[in-house]
Write a new protein. Sequence first.
Length: 353
Amino acid sequence: MHMSFSVAVAGASGYAGGEFLRLAVMHPELEIRTLTAHSSAGTKLGEHHPHIRSLADRVIEPTTTETLSGHDIVILALPHGASGPIADALPADTIVVDLGADHRLIDPTQWEKFYGSAHAGTWPYGLPELAIGSSGRQRDELAGAGRIAVPGCNVTAVTLGLQPGVVSGTIDTGDVVAVLAVGYSGAGKAVKPHLLASEALGNAAPYAVAGTHRHIPEIAQNLQFAGAEHVNLSFTPVLVPMSRGILATATAPLNEGHTELTDTQINDIWCDFYRGEPFVQVLPTGQWPTTAMVQGSNSALVQVAIDRAAGRVVTITAIDNLVKGTAGGAIQSLNLALGLPEHTGLPTNGVAP
Ligand SMILES: NC(=O)c1ccc[n+]([C@@H]2O[C@H](COP(=O)([O-])OP(=O)(O)OC[C@H]3O[C@@H](n4cnc5c(N)ncnc54)[C@H](OP(=O)(O)O)[C@@H]3O)[C@@H](O)[C@H]2O)c1
């Protein structure tokens, strides 16, 4: 049976909101009814996202409770801190999906430490593949959910790479190191001097180093859901001159009892963990993910191997930060909330070259 759900997108002029719109217009059950934003209210969407032709003439409205009310679904693609008050004012029977950070963390202390404001509360977490203990997955929590907190893009990449090692007991989460190559769209569309092409082109620039990045507590939270007792994570993102994409290299020591595993055996453990997942694939042994392989798609590609000299498991995960890392992950979770097949309207194939 064909159903149609009305959708309002707040933050429609931004990168995350725009990517949600690009995907949503291809979704058979979603009807984009209202677009809102902030400084660009009153302008046409085509001025901000000329690639979304089918919505180019739609006028952006201000982001208020009034403009967002009366829809089946409200997507909040706003700077963190902006979505809490808006979500509170929306009716309980509206499905609200927050692409920002406001409702991801469970521990208010961690929120206040990393974000420096009052905690807005915790919503069901929008990563269907997240391991809950040894046999559960987060998708069960998302069925029928009325509120969804979509994960941070770096968080998705690191979590998907490491969690099979937590569930299988092969890695020691007391010494995790993650270094990520991150495309510039992850920083949003607002103009800042360090994001200018003159600074970015031909340059690789680390940011939020030495334990300060806001995605650290979220990754730890996820690995604890998967069963880790203690997580100690060193996390370093590096901006590299590409528009989209995250290549996350995450390593951790092999636990005792697993030091004789071959690369084929550890690849098999990761493959078994993700068997049947529509959007996460472990590549054949020896083939490493690249960001170009996932551009424009909701796929996450993962590889794992053992660095014997270092005694560490090395995982590499590639995602498109705007698709699996944000808007695609949001639609995947929304499909579960609506009782639709999880893959509805979502591409597994990327665009290349
Ligand atoms: N970019 C990514 O890869 C990515 C990945 C995961 C999660 N996210 C999250 O998604 C959210 C949006 O990120 P983005 O990259 O799309 O940022 P962005 O490109 O800077 O867009 C921000 C959007 O929010 C609107 N806005 C700004 N201040 C506002 C306010 N006070 N009230 C209402 N609307 C306001 C802007 O409207 P105007 O343009 O009209 O001012 C714009 O539409 C953030 O929370 C971000 O952390 C982004």
